[in-house]
Ligand binder design. Structure first.
Ligand SMILES: [Zn+2]
Length: 435
C-alpha cells in the first residue's frame, strides 16, 4: 500500500547536482511504472511520466519530490496512472492534446477498477478533476519553456499522440524516447531520431526481434477468415488505446466484407482520437473503419455481437472488461477462436489461458477449449531498431529504462560499442557529468 504525503517520503536527494541528474522513481529495470526526475545545476527540474503498473495488486512508483512541471509522454496507464496525485504539488501537466484528452478516460477507469478490486490508490476523484485542469497541451515541434530549459515534443510512433521529449538545458540536449516505434503503424507515424547528448531510451524489446509487420498482419487476417469460414466467431481482445484501433484499420482495409463488432473502452478512446485528427495517420481511414465497425453500446448490442464474424474488445490481457463476458459464452462452440494481439503479462488472464488453457471468469477458474493464436502486432521498436535509433541520435550517453534486466543488458552490449550506456536503478541517482 502506498500512502504518500506530499514531499515527505521521497527518495530524492536534497542537494543540487553537478551535471545532469536522472532519478528514477519507477520504470528502471522494469517495464512500465515509469517516473523520472531530471534536474540540472540551474535547479530546473521536471518529472517525466508518472504511471503505475496495472498488476494485481497494482505497483506504484516512489513518491515524487515537489515539482512544478511534469511532461507525460502518452496516455497509457503505466505512464500517466499516478499523475492525479501530483495535484498535491500544484504541478502543471504537459503533453499533446490527444494525451490530455484520453487521460480522463484512463484515469476514470483506473479509479473504477481500484474501487471494484479494493486496491488502494493514492489519489481520489477530486484529484482526478484537478488533474484535468492541470493540462497545458502542446503541438508537436513547438518549443515551450520549463524553468531555464526549453522543450518540444516529437512523434514517438507507438500510439497516436505519443511523444518523445527533446529538452535543451543550457549545457546539454536530452532526448527522452517515451515508448517508441520506428515503424509506421496503421494509426501512428513512426519516430524519427533527434540529435542529442543524452538519450533516455525505452528497451521493452531489447534482445528480441519482431517478425515482419506486413506478414504478421496478413497472417492475422487469414486466420480471421479461416475462423469465419468454418462458422466461428473470432474474439480479438485488444487494448483500448492503440491496438484495438489498429485491428479495425487492418480488417477494414483487408476484409471489408466482415461483420466486425467493437466493444469496450476503446470506443470512447477512438472518439477522442477522431477529435484530434492531426495526430492520426490518415485519420479519414480511421474514421471510416470506426463507422464501419458496429459499436456495442448496451446489453442487447452485446447479445447481437455473439453472432458477429469478429469481436474486438477490451481487456487486451483478458483481465476484465467485456472480453470475459464474450469468452464465457463463446467457449461452448469449438468453431470459435481467440486471437491474442498483444503482450500477455505474467499473472494476466491471457497468460494463464496460454499456459493452462483456463482462466478465471467472474471469480471461477474456467476451461476454454477453443483454438488460441497469438500475433505480434507490437507498437514498440525491437532490438535492431532501437540500436539503429540510438546510433542515429548520436548521443554521448544512453540511459536504458522501461526494460527488464536482460533486455537492458542486451541493448547495452550492442549500443555500448559506440556510446557510454547506463542502466539505472529505481530510487538511485544517476548523475551524468558535463564535459
Ligand atoms: Zn505505452
Amino acid at each position: 500500500m502506498v500512502l504518500y504525503t506530499a514531499g515527505s517520503s521521497t527518495s530524492y536527494p536534497s542537494h543540487s547536482p553537478d551535471g545532469i541528474r536522472l532519478h528514477f522513481l519507477g520504470g528502471a529495470r522494469e517495464v512500465g511504472n515509469v517516473g523520472c526526475i531530471i534536474e540540472d545545476r540551474s535547479g530546473t527540474r521536471v518529472l517525466i511520466d508518472y504511471g503505475l503498473a496495472p498488476t494485481k495488486p497494482p505497483k506504484y512508483p516512489s513518491e515524487a519530490p515537489p515539482v512544478k512541471h511534469a511532461i507525460m509522454t502518452h496516455a497509457h496507464i503505466d505512464h500517466i496512472g499516478m499523475a492525479p496525485w501530483l495535484t498535491n504539488h500544484g504541478t502543471t501537466l504537459h503533453g499533446t492534446d490527444l494525451t490530455a484528452a484520453v487521460s480522463e478516460i484512463m484515469w476514470a477507469d483506473t479509479y473504477k477498477v481500484s474501487d471494484i478490486e479494493g486496491y488502494p490508490l493514492a489519489w481520489d476523484k477530486r484529484d482526478l478533476e484537478a488533474a484535468l485542469d492541470s493540462w497545458v497541451p502542446h503541438q508537436f515541434n513547438i518549443w515551450f519553456d520549463v524553468g531555464d530549459w526549453r522543450c518540444r515534443l516529437h512523434p514517438a510512433g507507438h500510439i497516436p499522440g505519443a511523444a518523445m521529449i527533446e529538452i535543451q538545458t543550457p549545457e546539454a540536449t536530452i532526448l527522452w524516447s517515451g515508448d517508441i516505434d520506428t515503424r509506421n503503424s496503421p494509426n501512428a507515424p513512426k519516430a524519427i531520431p533527434v540529435d542529442c547528448d543524452i538519450l533516455c531510451l525505452e528497451g521493452t524489446y531489447g534482445g528480441r526481434t519482431h517478425p515482419d509487420r506486413a506478414e504478421e498482419e496478413e497472417r492475422f487476417v487469414s486466420r480471421v477468415l479461416e475462423v469465419v469460414s468454418r462458422g466461428g466467431v473470432a474474439l480479438v481482445p485488444a487494448f483500448a488505446s492503440g491496438r484495438g484501433q489498429d485491428i479495425l484499420r487492418i480488417l477494414h482495409r483487408e476484409a471489408p466484407g466482415l461483420d466486425v463488432h467493437y466493444d469496450g473502452m476503446g470506443t470512447r478512446v477512438t472518439r477522442e482520437w477522431l477529435g484530434c485528427p492531426e495526430f492520426i495517420q490518415d485519420s479519414r481511414a480511421m474514421e471510416a473503419a470506426y463507422r464501419w465497425s458496429r459499436r456495442v453500446t448496451g446489453k442487447s448490442d452485446r447479445k447481437k455481437a455473439l453472432g458477429a464474424d469478429v469481436i474486438v474488445t477490451t481487456s487486451g490481457m483478458l483481465d476484465g472488461g467485456p472480453a470475459l463476458w464474450y469468452l464465457n459464452r463463446l467457449r461452448h462452440d469449438g468453431s470459435n477462436a481467440i486471437l491474442l494481439t498483444g503482450y500477455q503479462a505474467e499473472g494476466s488472464g491471457g497468460r494463464r489461458l496460454l499456459e493452462l488453457g483456463a482462466l478465471p471468469i467472474f471469480g471461477k477458474q474456467t476451461r476454454i477449449p477453443l483454438e488460441i493464436d497469438k500475433f505480434d502486432l507490437s507498437n514498440h521498436a525491437d532490438h535492431p531498431s532501437l540500436c539503429k535509433f540510438a546510433s542515429d541520435c548520436d548521443p554521448s550517453h544512453v540511459v536504458i529504462f522501461h526494460a527488464d534486466e536482460s533486455a537492458a543488458e542486451a541493448l547495452a552490449e550492442d549500443i555500448g560499442v559506440e556510446t557510454k550506456v547506463h542502466i539505472p536503478s529505481n530510487d538511485e541517482t544517476l548523475e551524468i557529468p558535463l564535459t
